[in-house]
Design a protein around this ligand. Structure first.
Ligand code: ADP
Ligand code: MG
Length: 212
């Protein structure tokens, strides 16, 4: 089993210190195999079981690239459900706690629109949300994704199973075409292959069998 420390990849010292304080000493296998490509700016498709540490694999990529002083939406993470979006936002906030003033906002269905519109007006660096509600905000003109540099599809297999294909397409179309696109999934059905061919450029494929 690989024992690769986070110091072997190009992360800013504040992130490394925080990882140490969180007790994240070694990268999980999926992190060790995907993070170097994520940090190099590549599109990445990573397949790994639940619990393999996928959130940090994309979360650290987002945080390393983030320009804190530019208060605009630079990253969008799509998740299948509100519960998963809340978990991802929590993990990103945890990873980001050594960098001051990073604003992570969750935008999910099943919540009233009014407060979400207010939160979006206040702004954020990172949005974590469910595809249907993100698409609704795009159509209402209450969300602008023109400054997104990283788009993440987390649990892409579940999002497609839930029928979010057209929402994902619409959202992707609303982001700049030169963005980095990262796709994480537990399984890799043909539907994912089709989607990835549409929205990713020359992706690096990473597949990890065990959960470490
Ligand atoms: P996945 O999305 O693949 O299901 P998560 O990103 O939710 O997995 O991570 C599972 C758990 O492992 C979380 O509690 C997370 O805090 C923890 N974790 C992730 N990476 C590391 C690491 N390098 N060292 C220790 N714990 C980690
Ligand atoms: Mg996950």
């Amino acid at each position: 089993m690989s024992q690769t420390t986070f110091t072997s990849v190009k992360l800013q010292p504040a992130l490394i210190e925080n990882l140490t304080s969180l007790g994240y000493n070694n990268m999980t296998q999926i992190q060790a195999e995907s993070l170097p490509h994520v940090l190099a700016g590549k599109d990445v498709i990573a397949q790994g079981k639940t619990g393999s540490g996928k959130t940090a694999a994309f979360g650290l990529g987002i945080l390393e690239k983030l320009k804190v002083k530019q208060f605009r939406i630079q990253s969008l993470v799509l998740c299948p459900t509100r519960e998963l979006a809340d978990q991802v936002a929590k993990e990103i906030r945890k990873l980001a706690r050594s960098i001051h003033n990073i604003k992570v906002l969750t935008i999910c269905g099943g919540m009233p629109f009014g407060p979400q519109v207010g939160s979006l007006e206040h702004g954020a660096h990172i949005i974590v949300g469910t595809p249907g509600r993100i698409e609704d905000h795009l159509y209402r003109g209450t969300l602008n994704l023109d400054n997104v540099t990283t788009l993440v599809l987390d649990e892409a297999d579940r999002m497609l199973e839930m029928g979010f294909q057209s929402a994902i397409d619409a959202i992707t179309d609303a982001t700049p075409s030169n963005r980095q696109t990262l796709l994480f999934s537990a399984t890799f059905p043909d539907s994912i292959k089709t989607v990835s061919e549409h929205i990713m450029v020359d992706p690096v494929m990473v597949k990890v069998a065990s959960s470490d």
